[in-house]
Ligand binder design. Structure first.
Ligand code: MN
Length: 366
């Protein structure tokens, strides 16, 4: 039997009428949906275009027109089998745009629709797929209530945006403490997927834009971890576990050491004081997903091996599908690392963190 491989970053495409069909008439003006036109995929909230993506040449890549498993679990399992993936946590597609929705009622109702659909869709398949809910953030009573509700359904993970929208407090604010305390109590991992909450994914349009816009996704992770650690939210809520998804992972070691250096060097000005060094808080509570960057493996003495989770980003074009086996086979080349650590990075860390419902990962879940 081969190694158990879990993707800590995959996506499911919701039914396109999930929101248009599910929201009451009064909230239809902001229903998320996708449309294809003139070689682009448009993501809309009602009539408003939120995001436009030029369709890539998927056929050239995988010999057929689409990732067949984007919305169909039977076909998805076939792609997983071919690609050597044994389990996944699935994040939304349309639902990634939740934080564009400015009105609290609309944000909450959309989150609930997504979470209920996700629950129905994945619940018969929990030995392979981990459910991840989305949390509204415009009103904290909604955040707390929805977190509690989905934890009651058995969800082990829930998304918050990397970029805080509107006038919601930033992550270095004490006002986030109740959310992180509740997540710790309910053992729900808080997930920060790159791009969520950003005004635009396309910050640069000039030379190098494609490389710049995608590389800067690691800034999402740096900003999120930096504010949560420096502001004390993670320190005050030591049971809260967070993970940063699709921002790469190798920056985490550099950030941990940099924050320690600054914490000491500027100690006179540091407020709040932390009960542990930033790097120790990171080791205790921060996990990251990655596809290709290997410096994180070489620097695992700083972050801990348990921080690192391999991911495919299926079905996205920039993910490792359909070449995951080849990527995995070279991931540890030239790195002195035990078989146990390899197994943890490729699947064990994520399966235990997200409490994948398989007996071999159950012991650590308690
Ligand atoms: Mn992703």
């Amino acid at each position: 039997m081969g190694q158990f491989i879990f993707s800590a970053d995959s996506h499911i495409r919701e039914p396109n009428d999930l929101f248009t069909g599910g929201l009451p008439k009064s909230l239809q003006y902001g229903a998320l949906q996708g449309t294809r036109k003139d070689g682009y995929i448009y993501t809309m909230a009602g009539e408003k275009v939120l995001h436009r993506l030029r369709l890539g040449d998927a056929a050239a890549d995988i010999g057929r027109s689409a990732r067949l498993g984007a919305s169909d679990l039977t076909l998805r399992r076939q792609d997983m089998e071919a690609d050597g993936i044994d389990g996944e946590i699935c994040f939304p597609s349309l639902g990634l745009m939740l934080y564009f929705l400015k009105e609290p009622e609309l944000e909450l109702a959309s989150a609930q629709l997504y979470n209920d659909w996700n629950n129905r869709f994945f619940s018969p398949h929990l030995d392979t797929f981990v459910r991840c809910g989305v949390l509204p953030v415009r009103r904290q009573e909604d955040t707390l209530a929805e977190l509690k509700r989905i934890a009651g359904l058995g969800f082990t993970a829930a998304m918050l945006p990397v970029a805080i929208p509107g006038d919601v407090a930033t992550y270095n604010s004490e006002s986030w403490d109740p959310v992180f305390a509740l997540a710790a109590e309910l053992k729900v991992v808080l997930v920060f997927h790159t791009g969520t909450g950003l005004e635009t994914f396309v910050a640069e349009r000039g030379p190098g834009a494609a490389v710049i816009n995608y590389s800067r996704q690691m800034n999402d992770g740096i900003n999120t971890v930096m504010t949560l650690v420096a502001g004390g939210v993670l320190d005050r809520n030591p049971g809260a576990q967070i993970c940063v998804i699709e921002s790469g992972a190798s920056w985490l070691a550099a950030l941990a050491e940099r924050m320690d250096e600054v914490y000491h060097a500027h100690n006179y000005y540091v407020q709040p004081k932390l009960s542990l060094l930033p790097s120790e808080i990171i080791r205790r509570q921060v996990k990251v997903s990655f596809q290709h960057d290997r410096a994180c493996i070489m620097a695992r003495a700083v972050t801990g091996t348990q921080a690192l989770m391999f991911a495919s980003d299926y079905p996205h074009m920039e993910g490792t599908f359909p070449h995951t086996r080849a990527v995995v086979s070279k991931l540890f080349d030239g790195i002195d690392i035990s078989e146990q650590e390899k197994a943890d990075i490729l699947g064990g860390n994520a399966a235990r963190l997200f409490r994948l419902a398989r007996p071999e990962f159950a012991a650590a879940a308690a």
